[in-house]
Design a protein around this ligand. Structure first.
Ligand code: CU
Length: 185
């Protein structure tokens, strides 16, 4: 039996970053494989884009952040400001999602038109084992999660009020540019 999920990914921070990133994600669980396909357009071009699903470990349903989450009024919704509605960073869509090693350089890079495609087949038992180690449950509960796409070019001017640095990765890497609610199909 195949379980399918999808997300319509809508822009966030588009007025500030000068482009309205959007796309679609699909997730298919076939046997012990999680197939992921993410297709994005109009993202900041020639830029690596971190992408993950975010959610609440306690089972609360995550919602997408909107402008309403700009609590400090600097015009941007930064990563910490998404947490009240979207929860925490959970699983990366990088070279090895089942490692759940979020800060790294193996995320997709957009082309000169701002498009990118990400396709991955993940061993579900490995991902569930790692998820349990980190969050205490092996149930991914995809339909309670949201997908985030992040990342603006290093030379984009950002106000000092933006938070969200992770290790040596600064706010340009983690600034959310698009988000989508994952639903069961
Ligand atoms: Cu993220």
């Amino acid at each position: 039996m195949t379980q399918k999920y999808s997300a319509e990914i809508v822009p966030l921070n588009e007025e500030k970053i000068g482009t309205a990133a959007h796309g679609k994600a699909t997730f298919e669980i076939v046997g012990d494989i999680l197939k992921i396909h993410i297709s994005m357009k109009d993202t900041p071009k020639n830029t690596q884009h971190w992408e993950h699903f975010h959610g609440f470990p306690d089972g609360k349903e995550a919602q997408i952040a909107t402008k309403a989450q700009d609590v400090n009024g600097d015009g941007f919704v930064d990563l910490p400001e998404t947490e009240s509605v979207s929860g925490t960073t959970m699983v990366p869509f990088d070279a090895a999602p089942h490692d759940m090693n979020v800060p790294n350089d193996t995320y997709p890079v957009s082309d000169e038109n701002g498009s990118f495609e990400y396709e991955k087949e993940v061993p579900l038992n490995k991902l569930q084992a790692k998820f349990k180690e980190v969050f205490g449950t092996d149930d991914l509960e995809l339909d309670k999660r949201v997908i985030y796409v992040h990342g603006v070019p290093e030379d984009l001017e950002l106000p000092d009020t933006i938070a969200g640095a992770v290790g040596h990765y600064d706010q340009h890497v983690t600034l959310p540019i698009a988000v989508g609610k994952i639903v069961k199909d």
